[in-house]
Design a protein around this ligand. Structure first.
Ligand code: CS2
Ligand code: MG
Length: 405
Protein backbone atom coordinates (compact mmCIF):
# COMPACT_ATOMS: atom_id res chain seq x y z
CA UNK A 1 0.00 0.00 0.00
CA UNK A 2 1.27 3.48 -0.88
CA UNK A 3 0.32 7.06 -0.02
CA UNK A 4 -1.04 8.52 -3.26
CA UNK A 5 -2.21 11.98 -2.22
CA UNK A 6 -2.32 14.26 0.83
CA UNK A 7 -4.99 16.94 0.91
CA UNK A 8 -4.92 19.89 3.30
CA UNK A 9 -8.45 21.22 3.83
CA UNK A 10 -9.03 24.49 5.67
CA UNK A 11 -12.57 25.40 6.65
CA UNK A 12 -14.25 27.94 8.93
CA UNK A 13 -17.71 26.86 10.11
CA UNK A 14 -17.62 29.53 12.87
CA UNK A 15 -13.94 28.93 13.60
CA UNK A 16 -10.99 27.67 11.58
CA UNK A 17 -10.08 24.00 11.29
CA UNK A 18 -7.21 22.46 9.33
CA UNK A 19 -7.90 18.87 8.27
CA UNK A 20 -5.52 16.47 6.57
CA UNK A 21 -6.71 13.67 4.33
CA UNK A 22 -4.13 10.99 3.47
CA UNK A 23 -5.30 8.98 0.44
CA UNK A 24 -3.79 5.59 -0.45
CA UNK A 25 -3.48 3.82 -3.81
CA UNK A 26 -5.97 1.22 -2.54
CA UNK A 27 -8.74 3.75 -1.97
CA UNK A 28 -8.57 3.73 1.84
CA UNK A 29 -8.01 7.18 3.34
CA UNK A 30 -7.35 8.58 6.80
CA UNK A 31 -8.14 11.92 8.50
CA UNK A 32 -6.13 14.05 10.91
CA UNK A 33 -6.55 17.39 12.70
CA UNK A 34 -3.82 20.04 12.29
CA UNK A 35 -5.61 23.06 13.79
CA UNK A 36 -3.38 25.56 15.60
CA UNK A 37 -5.58 28.40 16.82
CA UNK A 38 -4.47 31.76 15.36
CA UNK A 39 -1.65 30.15 13.30
CA UNK A 40 -3.72 27.82 11.11
CA UNK A 41 -2.17 28.72 7.76
CA UNK A 42 1.38 28.24 9.06
CA UNK A 43 0.61 24.56 9.70
CA UNK A 44 -1.33 24.20 6.43
CA UNK A 45 1.66 25.62 4.50
CA UNK A 46 4.13 23.45 6.42
CA UNK A 47 2.10 20.38 5.46
CA UNK A 48 1.60 21.42 1.87
CA UNK A 49 5.09 22.67 1.06
CA UNK A 50 7.33 20.61 3.30
CA UNK A 51 5.70 17.48 4.70
CA UNK A 52 3.31 16.09 2.07
CA UNK A 53 5.86 15.91 -0.81
CA UNK A 54 8.16 13.66 1.30
CA UNK A 55 5.41 11.15 2.03
CA UNK A 56 3.99 10.40 -1.40
CA UNK A 57 4.84 6.81 -2.35
CA UNK A 58 5.59 5.66 1.24
CA UNK A 59 3.77 2.79 2.94
CA UNK A 60 1.17 4.39 5.28
CA UNK A 61 1.29 1.32 7.53
CA UNK A 62 4.73 2.29 8.90
CA UNK A 63 3.33 4.81 11.37
CA UNK A 64 6.30 4.77 13.73
CA UNK A 65 8.90 5.14 11.00
CA UNK A 66 7.00 8.02 9.38
CA UNK A 67 6.68 9.70 12.81
CA UNK A 68 10.44 9.35 13.46
CA UNK A 69 11.23 10.46 9.90
CA UNK A 70 9.22 13.66 10.36
CA UNK A 71 10.54 14.26 13.90
CA UNK A 72 14.21 13.18 13.87
CA UNK A 73 14.75 13.61 10.18
CA UNK A 74 14.18 17.36 10.35
CA UNK A 75 16.92 19.63 11.66
CA UNK A 76 14.23 21.79 13.38
CA UNK A 77 12.70 19.47 15.95
CA UNK A 78 9.57 20.17 17.97
CA UNK A 79 7.66 23.48 18.02
CA UNK A 80 3.89 23.90 17.69
CA UNK A 81 3.79 24.21 13.90
CA UNK A 82 5.95 21.21 13.04
CA UNK A 83 4.37 19.03 15.72
CA UNK A 84 0.80 19.88 14.64
CA UNK A 85 1.79 18.88 11.09
CA UNK A 86 3.24 15.55 12.34
CA UNK A 87 0.14 15.08 14.51
CA UNK A 88 -2.31 15.33 11.64
CA UNK A 89 -0.36 12.88 9.47
CA UNK A 90 -0.03 10.49 12.41
CA UNK A 91 -3.78 10.54 13.20
CA UNK A 92 -4.57 9.90 9.56
CA UNK A 93 -2.19 6.91 9.50
CA UNK A 94 -3.81 5.39 12.62
CA UNK A 95 -7.18 5.94 10.94
CA UNK A 96 -5.91 4.08 7.84
CA UNK A 97 -4.45 1.24 9.93
CA UNK A 98 -7.77 0.81 11.73
CA UNK A 99 -9.61 0.71 8.42
CA UNK A 100 -7.20 -1.91 7.04
CA UNK A 101 -7.64 -4.04 10.18
CA UNK A 102 -11.38 -3.41 10.40
CA UNK A 103 -10.85 -2.31 14.02
CA UNK A 104 -11.41 0.91 15.97
CA UNK A 105 -8.17 2.66 17.00
CA UNK A 106 -8.61 1.89 20.72
CA UNK A 107 -8.37 -1.82 19.88
CA UNK A 108 -5.06 -1.21 18.10
CA UNK A 109 -3.78 0.59 21.20
CA UNK A 110 -4.48 -2.36 23.48
CA UNK A 111 -8.23 -2.43 23.97
CA UNK A 112 -10.58 -1.13 26.60
CA UNK A 113 -9.70 -0.07 30.15
CA UNK A 114 -13.16 1.41 30.86
CA UNK A 115 -16.69 1.56 29.48
CA UNK A 116 -16.60 5.30 28.67
CA UNK A 117 -14.56 8.48 29.18
CA UNK A 118 -15.76 10.88 31.89
CA UNK A 119 -16.05 14.44 30.64
CA UNK A 120 -15.83 17.85 32.26
CA UNK A 121 -18.10 20.53 30.89
CA UNK A 122 -17.70 24.33 31.04
CA UNK A 123 -19.89 26.71 33.05
CA UNK A 124 -19.05 30.37 32.33
CA UNK A 125 -20.91 33.50 33.32
CA UNK A 126 -20.91 37.29 33.48
CA UNK A 127 -21.55 36.91 37.22
CA UNK A 128 -21.09 34.21 39.83
CA UNK A 129 -24.85 33.61 39.85
CA UNK A 130 -24.91 33.11 36.09
CA UNK A 131 -21.92 30.71 36.25
CA UNK A 132 -23.62 28.68 38.98
CA UNK A 133 -26.97 28.65 37.11
CA UNK A 134 -25.12 27.23 34.10
CA UNK A 135 -23.33 24.69 36.29
CA UNK A 136 -26.63 23.58 37.87
CA UNK A 137 -28.09 23.06 34.36
CA UNK A 138 -25.07 20.93 33.37
CA UNK A 139 -25.54 18.82 36.50
CA UNK A 140 -29.17 18.27 35.44
CA UNK A 141 -27.81 17.05 32.09
CA UNK A 142 -25.76 14.45 33.95
CA UNK A 143 -22.27 16.00 34.03
CA UNK A 144 -20.28 14.97 37.08
CA UNK A 145 -17.39 17.36 36.58
CA UNK A 146 -17.64 21.05 35.70
CA UNK A 147 -15.10 23.80 35.08
CA UNK A 148 -16.19 27.15 36.56
CA UNK A 149 -15.09 30.51 35.12
CA UNK A 150 -16.67 33.86 35.90
CA UNK A 151 -16.16 37.44 34.71
CA UNK A 152 -13.89 39.47 37.00
CA UNK A 153 -15.69 42.53 38.40
CA UNK A 154 -13.85 45.74 37.54
CA UNK A 155 -12.27 44.40 34.31
CA UNK A 156 -13.91 45.23 30.94
CA UNK A 157 -13.75 41.62 29.63
CA UNK A 158 -12.60 38.30 31.02
CA UNK A 159 -11.05 35.65 28.78
CA UNK A 160 -13.49 32.86 27.99
CA UNK A 161 -16.51 34.88 29.13
CA UNK A 162 -17.70 36.60 25.99
CA UNK A 163 -20.75 38.43 27.37
CA UNK A 164 -23.08 39.36 24.52
CA UNK A 165 -20.44 38.48 21.90
CA UNK A 166 -20.95 35.15 20.17
CA UNK A 167 -17.30 34.34 19.59
CA UNK A 168 -13.86 35.87 19.13
CA UNK A 169 -14.64 36.82 15.51
CA UNK A 170 -17.31 39.13 16.85
CA UNK A 171 -14.94 40.52 19.45
CA UNK A 172 -12.49 41.32 16.62
CA UNK A 173 -15.16 43.11 14.55
CA UNK A 174 -14.27 43.76 10.91
CA UNK A 175 -10.62 44.24 11.77
CA UNK A 176 -9.28 40.81 12.58
CA UNK A 177 -6.44 41.63 14.94
CA UNK A 178 -5.84 40.23 18.41
CA UNK A 179 -8.25 41.84 20.89
CA UNK A 180 -6.41 43.26 23.94
CA UNK A 181 -7.74 42.37 27.36
CA UNK A 182 -6.81 43.73 30.78
CA UNK A 183 -5.68 41.62 33.67
CA UNK A 184 -5.54 42.31 37.42
CA UNK A 185 -4.38 39.55 39.76
CA UNK A 186 -5.82 41.41 42.78
CA UNK A 187 -9.31 41.62 41.26
CA UNK A 188 -9.09 38.00 40.13
CA UNK A 189 -8.23 36.66 43.59
CA UNK A 190 -11.28 38.37 45.12
CA UNK A 191 -13.55 36.83 42.50
CA UNK A 192 -12.18 33.31 42.35
CA UNK A 193 -12.31 32.54 46.07
CA UNK A 194 -15.92 33.76 46.28
CA UNK A 195 -16.80 31.75 43.15
CA UNK A 196 -15.72 28.45 44.70
CA UNK A 197 -17.08 29.23 48.15
CA UNK A 198 -20.51 29.90 46.66
CA UNK A 199 -20.21 26.98 44.25
CA UNK A 200 -19.84 24.49 47.09
CA UNK A 201 -22.77 26.08 48.97
CA UNK A 202 -25.02 25.91 45.95
CA UNK A 203 -23.85 22.81 44.06
CA UNK A 204 -22.94 20.59 47.02
CA UNK A 205 -19.95 18.35 47.66
CA UNK A 206 -20.56 15.55 45.15
CA UNK A 207 -19.80 17.41 41.94
CA UNK A 208 -16.16 17.61 40.73
CA UNK A 209 -15.14 21.23 40.23
CA UNK A 210 -12.25 22.51 38.09
CA UNK A 211 -10.81 25.90 37.20
CA UNK A 212 -8.46 27.29 34.52
CA UNK A 213 -6.18 30.23 35.42
CA UNK A 214 -4.86 30.51 31.84
CA UNK A 215 -1.34 31.06 33.22
CA UNK A 216 -2.04 34.55 34.54
CA UNK A 217 -0.24 34.12 37.90
CA UNK A 218 3.39 34.07 39.04
CA UNK A 219 4.55 30.85 40.75
CA UNK A 220 4.14 32.23 44.29
CA UNK A 221 0.67 33.61 43.46
CA UNK A 222 -0.25 30.23 42.01
CA UNK A 223 0.92 28.57 45.22
CA UNK A 224 -1.24 30.95 47.26
CA UNK A 225 -4.29 30.35 45.08
CA UNK A 226 -3.92 26.59 45.38
CA UNK A 227 -3.75 26.94 49.15
CA UNK A 228 -6.78 29.27 49.36
CA UNK A 229 -8.84 26.91 47.20
CA UNK A 230 -8.06 23.79 49.27
CA UNK A 231 -11.32 23.96 51.29
CA UNK A 232 -13.32 23.70 48.03
CA UNK A 233 -11.74 20.42 46.92
CA UNK A 234 -11.00 21.04 43.23
CA UNK A 235 -10.41 18.11 40.92
CA UNK A 236 -7.66 20.27 39.47
CA UNK A 237 -6.40 23.80 39.08
CA UNK A 238 -5.27 24.27 35.49
CA UNK A 239 -2.41 26.40 34.13
CA UNK A 240 -1.93 28.20 37.45
CA UNK A 241 1.32 29.65 36.11
CA UNK A 242 3.66 29.22 33.15
CA UNK A 243 6.14 26.35 33.44
CA UNK A 244 8.84 27.41 31.00
CA UNK A 245 11.00 26.87 34.09
CA UNK A 246 9.50 23.49 34.89
CA UNK A 247 10.92 23.78 38.43
CA UNK A 248 8.43 26.62 39.12
CA UNK A 249 5.91 23.88 39.79
CA UNK A 250 8.03 22.53 42.63
CA UNK A 251 7.31 25.75 44.45
CA UNK A 252 3.58 25.59 43.74
CA UNK A 253 3.47 21.90 44.65
CA UNK A 254 5.25 22.41 47.97
CA UNK A 255 2.63 24.88 49.15
CA UNK A 256 -0.65 23.23 48.24
CA UNK A 257 -2.52 19.93 48.05
CA UNK A 258 -4.84 21.28 45.33
CA UNK A 259 -4.18 18.97 42.32
CA UNK A 260 -2.38 20.70 39.45
CA UNK A 261 -2.92 20.32 35.70
CA UNK A 262 -0.95 21.76 32.78
CA UNK A 263 0.09 21.02 29.22
CA UNK A 264 -2.44 22.08 26.58
CA UNK A 265 0.19 24.15 24.73
CA UNK A 266 2.94 21.52 24.98
CA UNK A 267 4.07 19.78 21.85
CA UNK A 268 6.36 17.03 23.06
CA UNK A 269 7.31 15.02 26.10
CA UNK A 270 10.31 17.33 26.55
CA UNK A 271 8.02 20.21 27.57
CA UNK A 272 6.71 18.26 30.55
CA UNK A 273 9.39 15.65 31.34
CA UNK A 274 10.51 17.25 34.62
CA UNK A 275 6.97 18.18 35.62
CA UNK A 276 6.02 14.52 35.30
CA UNK A 277 9.09 12.71 36.59
CA UNK A 278 9.25 14.91 39.70
CA UNK A 279 5.51 14.44 40.27
CA UNK A 280 4.98 18.20 40.45
CA UNK A 281 1.68 17.86 38.59
CA UNK A 282 -1.31 15.52 38.76
CA UNK A 283 -2.80 15.81 35.26
CA UNK A 284 -1.12 16.24 31.88
CA UNK A 285 -3.35 18.13 29.41
CA UNK A 286 -1.51 17.66 26.11
CA UNK A 287 -3.67 17.20 23.01
CA UNK A 288 -3.11 14.74 20.16
CA UNK A 289 -3.26 17.61 17.64
CA UNK A 290 -0.53 19.61 19.38
CA UNK A 291 1.75 16.89 20.71
CA UNK A 292 2.54 14.72 17.70
CA UNK A 293 -0.71 12.86 17.23
CA UNK A 294 -1.72 9.54 18.72
CA UNK A 295 1.88 8.29 18.68
CA UNK A 296 3.17 11.40 20.49
CA UNK A 297 0.37 11.57 23.04
CA UNK A 298 0.45 7.84 23.77
CA UNK A 299 4.16 8.18 24.64
CA UNK A 300 3.43 11.07 27.04
CA UNK A 301 0.51 9.21 28.66
CA UNK A 302 2.62 6.07 29.24
CA UNK A 303 5.46 8.12 30.74
CA UNK A 304 2.94 9.97 32.96
CA UNK A 305 1.44 6.67 34.10
CA UNK A 306 4.62 5.44 35.72
CA UNK A 307 4.76 8.68 37.76
CA UNK A 308 1.15 8.66 38.97
CA UNK A 309 0.16 11.48 36.63
CA UNK A 310 -3.19 11.11 34.86
CA UNK A 311 -4.17 12.24 31.37
CA UNK A 312 -6.73 15.02 30.88
CA UNK A 313 -6.65 15.90 27.17
CA UNK A 314 -7.41 19.44 26.03
CA UNK A 315 -10.88 19.63 24.53
CA UNK A 316 -11.40 23.30 23.63
CA UNK A 317 -13.57 24.29 20.63
CA UNK A 318 -10.47 24.94 18.53
CA UNK A 319 -9.65 21.21 18.36
CA UNK A 320 -11.64 19.52 15.62
CA UNK A 321 -13.91 16.49 16.14
CA UNK A 322 -11.11 14.40 14.57
CA UNK A 323 -8.91 15.27 17.54
CA UNK A 324 -11.83 14.62 19.90
CA UNK A 325 -12.26 11.15 18.39
CA UNK A 326 -8.50 10.47 18.70
CA UNK A 327 -8.74 11.46 22.38
CA UNK A 328 -11.71 9.22 23.06
CA UNK A 329 -9.82 6.22 21.62
CA UNK A 330 -6.80 7.06 23.77
CA UNK A 331 -9.00 7.66 26.84
CA UNK A 332 -10.75 4.32 26.49
CA UNK A 333 -7.37 2.57 26.41
CA UNK A 334 -5.17 4.62 28.80
CA UNK A 335 -4.82 2.87 32.17
CA UNK A 336 -4.05 6.27 33.74
CA UNK A 337 -6.84 8.26 32.05
CA UNK A 338 -8.14 11.05 34.27
CA UNK A 339 -10.81 13.14 32.53
CA UNK A 340 -11.63 14.62 29.10
CA UNK A 341 -12.51 18.31 28.58
CA UNK A 342 -15.73 18.69 26.57
CA UNK A 343 -17.46 21.78 25.18
CA UNK A 344 -20.36 20.23 23.26
CA UNK A 345 -20.79 18.95 19.71
CA UNK A 346 -20.19 22.31 17.95
CA UNK A 347 -22.61 24.28 15.76
CA UNK A 348 -24.82 22.85 13.01
CA UNK A 349 -22.34 23.72 10.25
CA UNK A 350 -19.58 21.87 12.08
CA UNK A 351 -21.80 18.86 12.54
CA UNK A 352 -22.53 18.83 8.82
CA UNK A 353 -18.81 18.84 8.01
CA UNK A 354 -17.52 16.42 10.67
CA UNK A 355 -19.66 13.33 11.19
CA UNK A 356 -19.05 10.75 13.89
CA UNK A 357 -21.07 8.67 16.27
CA UNK A 358 -19.38 9.21 19.62
CA UNK A 359 -22.30 9.16 22.05
CA UNK A 360 -22.30 11.61 24.96
CA UNK A 361 -24.58 10.49 27.77
CA UNK A 362 -24.62 11.16 31.50
CA UNK A 363 -21.44 13.22 31.29
CA UNK A 364 -19.50 10.43 29.58
CA UNK A 365 -18.33 9.81 26.00
CA UNK A 366 -18.82 6.36 24.49
CA UNK A 367 -16.30 5.45 21.80
CA UNK A 368 -17.43 4.47 18.30
CA UNK A 369 -16.69 0.93 17.11
CA UNK A 370 -16.33 2.02 13.48
CA UNK A 371 -12.95 1.03 12.00
CA UNK A 372 -10.20 3.64 12.44
CA UNK A 373 -11.08 6.91 14.15
CA UNK A 374 -14.72 6.73 13.04
CA UNK A 375 -14.98 10.29 11.67
CA UNK A 376 -16.16 11.37 8.21
CA UNK A 377 -15.32 14.75 6.65
CA UNK A 378 -17.69 16.29 4.08
CA UNK A 379 -15.39 18.17 1.71
CA UNK A 380 -18.23 19.84 -0.19
CA UNK A 381 -19.85 21.19 2.95
CA UNK A 382 -16.41 22.33 4.21
CA UNK A 383 -15.79 24.28 0.97
CA UNK A 384 -18.85 26.45 1.72
CA UNK A 385 -16.97 27.98 4.68
CA UNK A 386 -13.60 29.40 3.58
CA UNK A 387 -10.80 30.34 6.00
CA UNK A 388 -11.16 33.62 7.91
CA UNK A 389 -8.19 35.15 9.72
CA UNK A 390 -8.75 35.23 13.44
CA UNK A 391 -6.71 35.65 16.63
CA UNK A 392 -6.92 34.83 20.28
CA UNK A 393 -6.84 37.88 22.55
CA UNK A 394 -3.66 39.11 24.22
CA UNK A 395 -3.42 40.10 27.85
CA UNK A 396 -2.00 43.29 29.43
CA UNK A 397 -1.83 44.49 33.01
CA UNK A 398 -3.90 47.59 33.79
CA UNK A 399 -0.80 49.80 33.30
CA UNK A 400 -0.32 48.40 29.78
CA UNK A 401 2.43 45.83 30.51
CA UNK A 402 2.17 42.74 28.28
CA UNK A 403 1.17 39.77 30.42
CA UNK A 404 1.17 36.00 30.16
CA UNK A 405 -1.35 34.10 28.15
C1 CS2 B 1 -8.59 26.66 27.38
C2 CS2 B 1 -8.75 26.91 25.92
O1 CS2 B 1 -9.95 24.75 27.10
C3 CS2 B 1 -9.08 25.27 27.78
O2 CS2 B 1 -8.61 24.76 28.77
O3 CS2 B 1 -7.40 26.97 27.95
O4 CS2 B 1 -9.96 27.53 25.76
C4 CS2 B 1 -7.70 27.75 25.23
O5 CS2 B 1 -7.75 29.04 25.68
C5 CS2 B 1 -7.86 27.66 23.76
O6 CS2 B 1 -7.84 26.33 23.36
C6 CS2 B 1 -6.78 28.45 23.04
O7 CS2 B 1 -6.65 28.05 21.74
MG1 MG C 1 -6.86 25.59 29.47
Amino acid sequence: MKIKDIKILVTCPGRNFVTVKVVTDEGIYGLGDATLNGREMAVATCLEEHVAPCLIGRDPQNIEDIWQYLYKGVYWRRGPIGMAAIAAIDMALWDIKGKIAGLPVYQLLGGRSRKAATLYAHANGESIDETLDNAAALMEDGFKAIRLQSAIPGLPVTYGVLGDKKDYFELQGNRPLPPEEEWSTKKYFNLVIELFERARERLGDDIHLLHDVHSRLTPIEAARLGKLLEPYDLMFLEDACIAENQESYKLVRNHTTTPLAIGETYNSIWDCKELIENQWIDYIRTAATHAGGITGLRRIIDFAGIHDVKSAPHGAPDLSPICFAAHIHLNIWAPNFGIQEYVGPGNEEMQRIFKHNIKVEDGMAFVSDAPGLGVEFDEEAAAEFPYKRSYLPVSRLEDGTMWHW
